[in-house]
Design a protein around this ligand. Structure first.
Ligand code: MTE
Ligand code: MO
Length: 355
C-alpha cells in the first residue's frame, strides 16, 4: 500500500472517490437508506449482465452441484433481512500517514432491506463435504490488484456460511438489485464489513483447503507493514454517527446552527454484539452524556437509532458521539493506524458554529 502525509488527496484517490460515493450523513435520518444514497464500493468495473443467460453455480466439494437460474432462485421461499453495511476502509482518509486507496471520511455506510434465498438452504441442498473448510464466493467482475489479475472473490468459514442470516439476495429495498449494487445477485453477510457482501455473485464453491485468494490472504488484513501476515478483517466494530445539525457551509461543511434546543440524532451499529450504549459529547470528548436508544428493527445487524437533546449556546462547539456494544467494545477517541486503513472507528467530530 502506498502512503501519503500530504493533506491533499492524490489524482488516484480522486478517481476512486468520483466512482465510489458515500452516504451523505443527513441520510442517517432515514431508517432504510434510499437506494441512490447508499454508499458504493466497486473495486473494478460494474459488469453488464444479461439476466436470461445468468446462472449461479454451487460447486466444489459438494455431493450435488447446483446450477440455478434467476427464475429457479425466485421460485424458492424468500426471506428478508435488514442489514447495515460499512466499508472496512471507512475512516481511512483520517489516518496519518494516509493509505492510498478509496479516501473515505465517515460516510461509507448504508442500510438496506435485502430479499433473497437463505445461503444455508442452497448449501444444504448441495451437501458440502465433511472436509469442507471454506466457502468461496466469486463475482463476475475482474481486475488487477497487487499485480494479480483476478475476479473478485471472498470466502467464509463453512460454519459461518451455514449459520443463520446469510442471504443470496436478488432484491434491495423492494426492487431488483441495481447494477452498481450487484445485479442480478449478491451475497449478504449481516455483521461483517462490506467486502464480504460479494456482488454479481456467480459461483459459490466449497473448498477443502483454506482459501488463499487475494481479498482474504493479502487484502483486508490488519497489519503494520506489507510483509506481516496480520489478522483478517471480519465483523464490524461498534460505531455511532450523527446527522450533522444546522446547515452546512458549502466548502468546509462545518455547521451553522441557531442558539437554543436541538435534537441531535444518529444511528449506531456493531457487527459483533448488540449496541448497549450511545453517548454524546458537546465539548470535544471531555464529558459524555447517554443518548436515548431506539431499536427500529428486530434484525440483529441493522443499525439502531439514537436521540439526544442539546441546548446550543453561542460560540464554537465540537460534537462527538460514540457507541458501545454488549462485549464492552467502545470507540476510541483517536484512530488505530494500520497499513490498509481498515476498521477506523474513531469517534466522529462535528464542528458547529452557533450564532
Ligand atoms: N464482486 C464484488 N463484490 C463486492 C465488491 C466488488 O468490488 N466486487 N466490493 C465490496 C466492498 S469492498 C464493499 S464495501 C461492498 C459495497 O457494497 P455496496 O456498493 O453495495 O454498498 O461490496 C463488496 N462486494
Ligand atoms: Mo469496502
Amino acid at each position: 500500500m502506498a502512503l501519503s502525509t500530504d493533506p491533499g488527496i492524490t489524482q488516484d484517490e480522486l478517481r476512486l472517490a468520483a466512482r465510489n460515493h458515500g452516504m451523505p450523513l443527513e441520510a442517517l435520518r432515514w431508517p432504510i437508506t434510499p437506494v441512490g444514497l447508499h454508499y458504493l464500493l466497486i473495486h473494478y468495473d460494474v459488469p453488464l449482465v444479461d439476466p436470461a443467460g445468468f446462472r449461479l453455480d454451487v460447486t466444489g466439494a459438494v455431493a450435488k452441484p447446483l446450477v440455478l437460474t434467476l427464475d429457479d432462485l425466485r421460485a424458492r421461499p424468500a426471506v428478508e433481512v435488514v442489514s447495515t453495511f460499512e466499508c472496512a476502509g471507512n475512516g481511512r482518509a483520517m489516518l496519518e500517514p494516509r493509505p492510498i486507496s478509496q479516501p473515505w471520511l465517515a460516510e461509507a455506510i448504508g442500510t438496506a432491506r435485502w430479499r433473497g434465498v437463505p445461503l444455508a438452504e442452497l448449501l444444504e441442498e448441495a451437501g458440502p463435504s465433511s472436509d469442507g473448510v471454506d466457502v468461496v464466493f466469486a463475482g463476475l467482475d475482474r481486475g488487477v490488484e497487487g499485480e494479480l489479475e483476478q475476479r473478485y472473490e471472498r470466502s467464509l468459514p463453512v460454519s459461518e456460511a451455514m449459520g443463520a442470516g446469510c442471504l443470496v439476495a436478488y432484491e434491495m429495498n423492494g426492487g431488483p438489485l441495481p447494477p452498481q449494487h450487484g445485479f442480478p445477485l449478491r451475497l449478504v453477510v449481516p455483521g461483517w464489513y462490506g467486502m464480504t457482501n460479494v456482488k454479481w455473485l456467480t459461483e459459490i464453491s466449497v473448498v477443502e483447503e483454506p482459501f488463499t485468494g487475494y481479498q482474504v490472504a493479502t487484502g483486508y488484513r490488519v497489519k503494520q507493514t506489507e510483509e506481516e501476515e496480520g489478522r483478517p478483517v471480519t465483523r464490524m466494530r461498534p460505531r455511532s454517527l450523527m446527522a450533522p445539525p444546522g446547515i452546512p457551509d458549502f466548502n468546509t461543511r462545518d455547521r451553522i446552527a441557531r442558539a437554543g434546543v436541538h435534537l441531535l440524532e444518529g444511528r449506531a451499529w456493531s457487527g459483533r454484539a448488540p449496541i448497549v450504549r450511545v453517548e454524546v459529547s458537546v465539548d470535544d470528548g471531555r464529558s459524555w452524556e447517554d443518548a436515548t436508544l431506539l431499536r427500529d428493527f428486530p434484525d440483529p445487524y441493522a443499525w439502531c437509532a439514537w436521540r439526544h437533546g442539546w441546548t446550543a449556546t453561542p460560540g464554537d462547539h465540537v460534537l462527538c458521539t460514540r457507541a458501545t456494544d454488549e462485549t464492552g467494545d467502545t470507540q476510541p477517541l483517536e484512530p488505530e493506524w494500520n497499513i490498509g486503513g481498515y476498521e477506523n472507528n474513531a469517534v466522529q467530530r462535528v464542528r458547529v458554529h452557533v450564532d
